[in-house]
Structures are given as structure tokens and as C-alpha cells.
Ligand binder design. Structure first.
Ligand SMILES: *[C@@H]1O[C@H](CO)[C@@H](O)[C@H](O)[C@H]1NC(C)=O
Length: 663
């Protein structure tokens, strides 16, 4: 009986975990409530402030990682009578969404002006906290009928306006101050040259001071589309954040002055909002188009295409040279005159009795390869589904949720490959392999994740993943992933024939002659990594901004293309290095294959993530968190690339040794 209840609960939590909001259109009639939900506050990269002349300038700030719950006590935002969590999928929770209801009352087609929301008292200490976040460019993220409340941004480059994701918590004005006191009094009786120097000195002393303004009024504009019969749909939502130093409570008339929170004393803040409904020709189906706008100047399609062409060209040249070398090798090996008993053999054929020897730690290597390949397939499949528009950024959390589902299902593949590789090595303990594969890497991931989560709990961030989500994940792992994994191992044990080697292996190991420096593992992996990292580096920028700064990532087609290039480069580079070291009679290729495929590339990824953010400004917690997440990402990339490298050299070696005659 207990079991039934438990499994029912389990099913319920799973169903809830995979619920994806935003799937279907909602039709409203005049006066119907339109839900306005609030999500966490996130740092943003596109940060607009006003300079002295009141002009908008935009700078990119990138050093904060924390996000905060909307109802975090220090904000003192107006609250609804009951705060309720809105349902969101497991993926979106894992990636930081914390969605709640709000006190805003939006009714279809009812324009409202200056509706008072609430009065809150912000003590000086909390004002200091808020001012800091304003200066750091924090954004509010709301959803109106499932659409992110946007800020209309004008793109000078393409001369069109588009919707940025979210809007500012506060506005910042940059004022300039001079430090005239530092100018020496005796300036008038020194030479002209010295005067000029002094003038330069003053110029250098001009300091920019950022003055934060707190937003206490929201101009909400909702675009609606009429469908006839009094039915309407929401097709756009923008918020213009305004900061007003009010003449009296609840007065929205512009005073020309903005509200600054005083850090010394309590601040009385009155919040208000206005709603305007404007008709729009946009239909519900295309309502997302304005959000998915290419607006970053760093997107240079030209350079992207150029770069890909270079990679492809290089690959073609390398493939060509490798094929030529192999062809002449085969011609040489397979045409040896039988009467020629001196048989001057050289090159990779010499090591035919050693290449299939068992490497050091075959168990760990096979498990790493299996787990890496599983992740590789998860990434490729998810990106493919996104590229053909099945998983769209429109459905919040669909992508990470799909990733989790695929990861759980692909436990089967992980174990199959792990067991296959272990059999290839002719390792003796296949049952240990079967047990360890589903536990080792997923276990490590979960432990790291829990440790980071524990740390987040102490640092008051809203990124803490709720215990329920973690329990669901662990349950899924035990109930679905591990059984699938065991099935995969058993299947490989019966059906996988990677252990049939084309040559006979010698019992006694052969001494490896001294190697050229660039063929040693670390230099080789650093050189190889340049190519593989190069083919993915342009995409990394966008992935990072969407992970850390809440930008919407949507160029999945291009990402898929980059991943293909990436895989191709790793395969090619590893095979080349393996081939050349075999020619140098180095037959220990197994771990080398893994490292050449993965080490260099992941080192570059780690370095890239270090330079991506201005770490020194982040504060200890942020740095630790950022480093934590970056190391996890790097480790996973290492697994994926390493396993691709290993598998490609494994199949390459099997292939070439089965094409030569060995007596
Ligand atoms: C709301 O205000 C806008 C802008 O002033 C106007 O175009 C629109 O017709 C108004 N809508 C209603 C339902 O009054």
C-alpha cells in the first residue's frame, strides 16, 4: 500500500516537474484578469543609463552572478495578499527561475493611470543594498500572459526597435565632478608648459559618479490582437520604468526629478503603475519575433562564417594529407615481396602486437568515455530539437527540461559504450563496470551540485534549488536512469563485439623510443585544443550571456552547425596525433586519445570563462559560485571532448590494423 502511495506521489511530482507554461494561447474578453507574474532579479549585460545631457548610453557590465528572489525582504517590493509560487518546469527551476504572483491588477482593455500599489518603508541599510544592485545593472523580470515584460530598445545598427528581456530595477545617471582642490594655488606664476600640465591634471581628476535612481512607477503597455466576437489575445508587453520624486503620495505628474534612496535614513516609497492597451496587428503566433532579435554587435555573421570556412578548409587539408600517408603505408605494408626476408618494417605496423594491450586504469577510462558520450548525445539531440523548433525559447525551461529527460534516458547508451570499451580493453571485471557506470559521473555531478547549493543557501541567493526539485531528480536517477543503465550494460555484454581485435597482442610490453616534444600528451592536447576550441568559441559567448545574464539564446541552427564542426575537429586532430605517435612507435594511445581530445580544449574553455567576467569586482561569494559553475562546465566539456577523442582514435586504430596483413 505504501508503495502505491509513494509511486503515485512520485508520478505527481514528475508530472509537475515537466509542466511547461506558455504552450497554448489564452483568449481574453474585455475586463478579464491578465496574470502578471514576477521572476527573480538578474544581472544584465545591457545596461542603459543617462548621462548629464539626459542621453541614453548603454554599457556592458559583466561581473555579477547572483540573482535575487523578487520577494527578497531587502527589496520591500509590494506584495499580493498571498504570495503563491507559479508552476514551472524542473529545468527552469534548475536554471534559476523563481516565479510568483504579484499585486498588479491588469484587466483586458481597461486603461489605468497612476494606480497606487502600496507604500513601503525602505531602511537606510536596505537602500544601500538596492543602490548597489541598481549600479550593477540589475533587471526585473516579469511575465505578462507568459510574455517577458520587455523594454523597447532601439537598435541603431539595424534601425529597428526590438524587445530586450526585462527592465531595470533602477536608473543610473552619470555625473562628473572635478577635484579642483587638488590644483596647486601657485598655478598663475609658472610657465605655460607647466600650466598645460596642470590643466591636464585637472582633466584627469574629473571623476564619474554614478547616481542611482529607484524605479517607483511602471508604465505598462500591453499590445492586444482582436480576434472578433470580443475575443482578445495579448501579443506584446512592455514596461517603461520611471523614477519620480513625487510631490505628494500617489501623484504621478512628472516633476522632472527622480527618486534617490537615502542610505542614511528610512525612505518612504510610494509605488504606482499605469496600464495602456494598444491594438496591434501582430498575431499570437508571431508575438515572440520581436524578442528574438539579433542585437549584439558582437554577432558578426561574417566572421562566424569566415571562421567556419577556415576550419573546414584546414580539416580538408589535414584529411587529405592523412589519407595520402595512409595510402602509401598500406601500399608499402601489403606489397612486401615474399622472398625479401629482411622485411624492413617501419612505422605504425611495428606496434601491431601492442596497440591492443590493456591500458592503465581501464575501468575509469571506459566509464569516463561512456559518460562523456552520453553527455555528447544529450547535447547534440537537445540542440537538434531546438534547431528544428521543437524546443523553443518561448516555452520557458523546455530546453533544460529536455536535457534532463534525455540525460536520464541516455543512461542506457552511457553503459553500453562504457561496457563496450571495457570489453575492447579485455578488462576482467565487467560487473564492476556495470555497477559503477551509472553511479560514478552522475553521482559526482549531483554531489557537486548539492555542495554548490549548500553554499548558495548561506549566501542568501534565490538560486538555491528547492529540496523538492532535488528529490525529484534523485528519484528519477534511481528509478529510471539506473535500471536503463544496467540494461545497457547487459546488452553490451551480449551484443557488443568491440573486443574482437584484428591482431594478436604480445604478452611482453615493448619499450617506447623517445618521442618528439610536440607528440607528448600535454603539448599535443594544447595544440589540438586550439582547433577544437576555435570552432566553438564564438558560440560560447552567447551561451554564457544566456546562462549568466538572462539573455535569450536562440541561434540553435548555428549552434548545431558549430557542434558538428567541433566534433569533426576533435576527431580529426586526435586521429592525426594518434597516427603520428603510432608512427613513432608509441603504442600507448588510450589515455592520450582521451586527453588530446579533451584536455587542451577544456583548459581554453576555463580560461575563456575566467576572462569573460571581471572577477575582481564580484565579491567573494560571486567569485566562488562563478568558479564553481565554470569548473563543473569545464569538467563536463572535458568528458565530452575526451570521449569523442578516445572513440575516434579507437575506431581509427581498429580500422587501420584490420587493413594490413600481419603474419
Ligand atoms: C487606452 O489608451 C490608448 C492610448 O492613449 C488608446 O489608444 C486606447 O484606445 C485606449 N484604450 C481604451 C480601451 O480606452
Amino acid at each position: 500500500m505504501n508503495y502505491v502511495i509513494l509511486s503515485l506521489l512520485f508520478c505527481l511530482s514528475v508530472v509537475e516537474a515537466f509542466n511547461l507554461p506558455g504552450l497554448g494561447p489564452v483568449t481574453y474578453q474585455k475586463g478579464d484578469d491578465i496574470p502578471l507574474l514576477v521572476n527573480h532579479l538578474t544581472p544584465s549585460m545591457h545596461f542603459h543609463h543617462k548621462n548629464e545631457e539626459g542621453k541614453d548610453i548603454s554599457t556592458a557590465k559583466k561581473y555579477v552572478v547572483h540573482s535575487y528572489d523578487y520577494y527578497y525582504e531587502k527589496f520591500h517590493f509590494c506584495q499580493p495578499v498571498h504570495i503563491e509560487k507559479a508552476g514551472s518546469s524542473i529545468g527552469s527551476i534548475l536554471f534559476g527561475d523563481r516565479i510568483y504572483n504579484s499585486p498588479f491588477q491588469l484587466n483586458m482593455l481597461e486603461n489605468k493611470t497612476c494606480v497606487p500599489l502600496c507604500e513601503s518603508i525602505i531602511p537606510g541599510k536596505d537602500a544601500e543594498f538596492i543602490n548597489k544592485l541598481i549600479k550593477n545593472g540589475y533587471y526585473q523580470n516579469w511575465f505578462i500572459d507568459g510574455l517577458p515584460a520587455a523594454r523597447e530598445v532601439y537598435d541603431k545598427r539595424t534601425k529597428s526597435s526590438f524587445y530586450g528581456n526585462g527592465f531595470e530595477l533602477g536608473l543610473v545617471e552619470i555625473r562628473q565632478t572635478t577635484g579642483d582642490k587638488l590644483l596647486p594655488d601657485s598655478v598663475h606664476d609658472i610657465s605655460d608648459l607647466a600650466k598645460r600640465d596642470a590643466k591636464n591634471l585637472v582633466q584627469n581628476l574629473i571623476k564619474e559618479v554614478e547616481v542611482p535612481y529607484f524605479v517607483n512607477h511602471f508604465d505598462i503597455v500591453i499590445e492586444y490582437h482582436e480576434r472578433g466576437n470580443g475575443n482578445y489575445r495579448v501579443v506584446g508587453a512592455t514596461v517603461n520604468p520611471v523614477s519620480i520624486a513625487r510631490k505628494s503620495a500617489g501623484d504621478c505628474t512628472p516633476t522632472g526629478k527622480s527618486l534617490t534612496l537615502n542610505e542614511e535614513e528610512d525612505n518612504n516609497v510610494h509605488s504606482t503603475y499605469s496600464v495602456t492597451f494598444v491594438p496591434s496587428k501582430t498575431s499570437w503566433v508571431t508575438r515572440w519575433d520581436k524578442y528574438l532579435h539579433v542585437y549584439d554587435p558582437k554577432i558578426q555573421w561574417f566572421s562566424l562564417i569566415n571562421f567556419s570556412l577556415i576550419v573546414i578548409l584546414l580539416s580538408v587539408i589535414l584529411i587529405n594529407s592523412l589519407l595520402k600517408a595512409l595510402k602509401s603505408d598500406f601500399a608499402r605494408y601489403n606489397n612486401i615481396n615474399l622472398d625479401d626476408d629482411v622485411k624492413e618494417e617501419s612505422g605504425w605496423k611495428l606496434v601491431h602486437g601492442y596497440v591492443f594491450r590493456i591500458p592503465k586504469n581501464p575501468m575509469i577510462l571506459s566509464i569516463l568515455v561512456g559518460s562523456g558520450f552520453q553527455l555528447f548525445l544529450v547535447i547534440v539531440c537537445t540542440v537538434f530539437l531546438a534547431a528544428i523548433d521543437i524546443l523553443s525559447p518561448i516555452y520557458r525551461g523546455a530546453l533544460p527540461t529536455a536535457m534532463i529527460i534525455l540525460y536520464i534516458l541516455f543512461g542506457f547508451i552511457s553503459s553500453y559504450v562504457s561496457m563496450g570499451v571495457y570489453k575492447f580493453f579485455k578488462g576482467p571485471y565487467w560487473k564492476v563496470n556495470m555497477l559503477l557506470t551509472p553511479i560514478l559521473v552522475p553521482g559526482l555531478i549531483i554531489i557537486t551540485f548539492l555542495a554548490l547549493n549548500l553554499f548558495l543557501m548561506f549566501s542568501e541567493s534565490s538560486s538555491v534549488v528547492p529540496a523538492k526539485t532535488i528529490m525529484t531528480l534523485i528519484l528519477l536517477w534511481f528509478a529510471v536512469s539506473i535500471p536503463l543503465s544496467v540494461a545497457g550494460s547487459l546488452m553490451a555484454q551480449k551484443k557488443c563485439h568491440w573486443d574482437e581485435h584484428p591482431t594478436v597482442t604480445n604478452q611482453i610490453a615493448k619499450v617506447i623510443p623517445p618521442q618528439k616534444w610536440y607528440l607528448k600528451t600535454i603539448p599535443a592536447s594544447l595544440i589540438g585544443g586550439l582547433f577544437s576550441f576555435g570552432s566553438i568559441s564564438v558560440q560560447l559567448y552567447f551561451i554564457y550571456t544566456s546562462l549568466w545574464f538572462n539573455n535569450i539564446f536562440y541561434m540553435y541552427g548555428f549552434l548545431l552547425f558549430s557542434i558538428c564542426l567541433f566534433t569533426m575537429t576533435i576527431t580529426l586532430v586526435t586521429i592525426l596525433f594518434t597516427y603520428h605517435s603510432l608512427c613513432q612507435e608509441n603504442w600507448k594511445w588510450q589515455w592520450r586519445g582521451f586527453f588530446i581530445g579533451g584536455l587542451g580544449c577544456s583548459i581554453y574553455v576555463l580560461l575563456h570563462s575566467l576572462f569573460f567576467i571581471e572577477l575582481k569586482l564580484g565579491g567573494f561569494t560571486n567569485i566562488l559560485l562563478y568558479m564553481g559553475y565554470s569548473s563543473v562546465v569545464t569538467a563536463l566539456i572535458f568528458l565530452v571532448t575526451g570521449s569523442v577523442g578516445f572513440l575516434s582514435s579507437m575506431f581509427f586504430i581498429k580500422r587501420i590494423f584490420s587493413s594490413v596483413k600481419v603474419d
